[in-house]
Design a protein around this ligand. Structure first.
Ligand SMILES: [Zn+2]
Length: 412
């Protein structure tokens, strides 16, 4: 039976969003939390972007060390052979790639301005897939940008050509959030049946249907006999109105009416980490979690009206589909209301020792403490806000890796 896999694209679609960004350490923490949740793959960045290279290399090292296991780390590049080659030059250890190119007539007319035909798009993509294989990519996803506005016959041709040249998956991008559950079901099913390869669903929320479309698309793919891969982001942050929210998508797959009778996750997702990853992403992106966010919003388990409060006190299932415990909520949180010493880019050893002492971190000697402090200062230069406990612990535990992912070399 075909199954559903989750590919989280927070570190790619999330960070390319206007006004939003993450430090390299924050991106690393997202990968670590996704791995803890059991997410299949993280699209962890842009291997042709120079300032990403040390971060990407450092995260691949974490994978080799077993820290980022079993999650897969996949890079995103344009489906152009020279970009693929550049990716392997800057990040030699990269194993998984998604190659992206626009396929709709709108984009061919409006973006390539007559410089490319459909045949050119096919040729360029196929050349990129060949290059990725030649460079040793283990898995290759081929992305059709604006797939939902592309004629289905051309999409079938495009995906079939990708498959013939050794691509592993086809990514159906509803780039503008134009699909609805009925149309994406049809397209996804047709592609699965006619191309015969696993399909990714990449849905946006411009019409408020990203999660619903992801489920309908996954159903279409599975009904067509193939595995479905849903793209998500933490807190649904992504271009414009955002992407399918990770937590809401997993809840919808596992809790919505009758869906999981036939359509199931390939591996369970540990939602007890949902609260932690959502809160961290909210802090790191500096974007509050909406009060009515599924599962992790402040009101997701709040009741005040007489009938609801009475009902939920008698039996939570009267007014709650799932329990707050399942999402890792319910633990009291300590908030410092008095004096607070935080990390910063100008921190000194005394304040730093106090902060680390509270986390029960012991240093070998003064020199080691000074070295970790220096890395923490650099991490703060990038983050421009106090580091969270997990980030401090990460730097103390993996100073060599931290040094690498904090490395930025703009001049040569
Ligand atoms: Zn997108």
């Amino acid at each position: 039976m075909a199954r559903i896999y989750i590919i989280d694209v927070t570190n790619r679609d999330g960070v390319q969003t206007a006004r939003l960004g993450l430090s390299k350490l924050e991106k690393t923490m997202i990968n670590i939390y996704l791995n803890e949740m059991g997410i299949f793959q993280s699209e962890f960045g842009f291997p042709t972007t120079k300032h990403e290279q040390y971060y990407l290399q450092a995260n691949l090292e974490l994978a080799e060390m077993g820290v980022l296991q079993p999650i897969r780390l996949g890079g995103w590049v344009r489906a152009v052979a020279e970009d693929v080659k550049k990716a392997f030059e800057l990040v030699p250890g990269i194993k998984h790639l998604n190659l992206s190119i626009s396929t709709s007539d709108q984009m061919i007319r409006g973006k390539f301005l007559g410089r490319k035909t459909r045949e050119d798009i096919l040729a360029t993509m196929v050349e990129a897939v060949d290059a990725a294989r030649a460079c040793g990519a283990e898995t290759i996803g081929v992305n059709a940008e604006d797939a939902s506005r592309t004629e289905i016959d051309f999409l079938v041709r495009f995906a079939s050509a990708a498959k013939e040249h050794g691509a592993t998956r086809f990514r159906y991008c509803d780039t503008l959030g134009y699909d609805n559950p009925f149309t994406i079901y049809e397209s996804a099913r047709t592609l699965a049946e006619q191309v015969g390869m696993p399909i990714e669903l990449h849905c946006h929320g411009d019409l408020g249907m990203a999660v619903a479309n992801s489920l309908a698309g996954a159903k279409g793919v599975i009904d067509g006999g193939q595995d479905a891969y849903i793209n998500t982001t933490v807190n649904g942050l992504g271009e414009r109105a955002g992407n399918a929210d990770l937590v809401a998508t997993v809840l919808a797959v596992t809790k919505s009416k009758r869906f999981s009778e036939k359509y199931q996750l390939a591996k369970p997702v540990d939602l007890t980490k949902a609260w932690k990853i959502s809160r961290f992403a909210s802090y790191a992106f500096r974007v509050p979690i909406p009060i009515n966010q599924p599962g992790v919003g402040a009101n997701a388990f709040a009741h005040s009206s007489g009938i609801h409060a009475d009902g939920v006190l008698k039996d939570p299932e009267n007014y709650e589909l799932y329990s707050f415990n399942e999402l890792g909520r319910g633990e009291p949180e300590l908030v410092e209301t008095g004096r607070e010493i935080c990390s910063g880019e100008y921190s000194g050893i005394s304040g730093f020792s106090h902060v680390m002492g509270k986390l029960a971190v012991k240093f070998k000697d003064a020199q080691e403490a000074e070295e970790i402090l220096e890395l923490v200062r650099y991490a703060n230069v990038e983050a421009q806000k106090p580091l969270v406990e997990d980030e401090l612990l990460f730097i103390a535990k993996y100073p060599r890796i931290a040094k690498k992912l904090l490395t930025l070399i703009p001049l040569e």
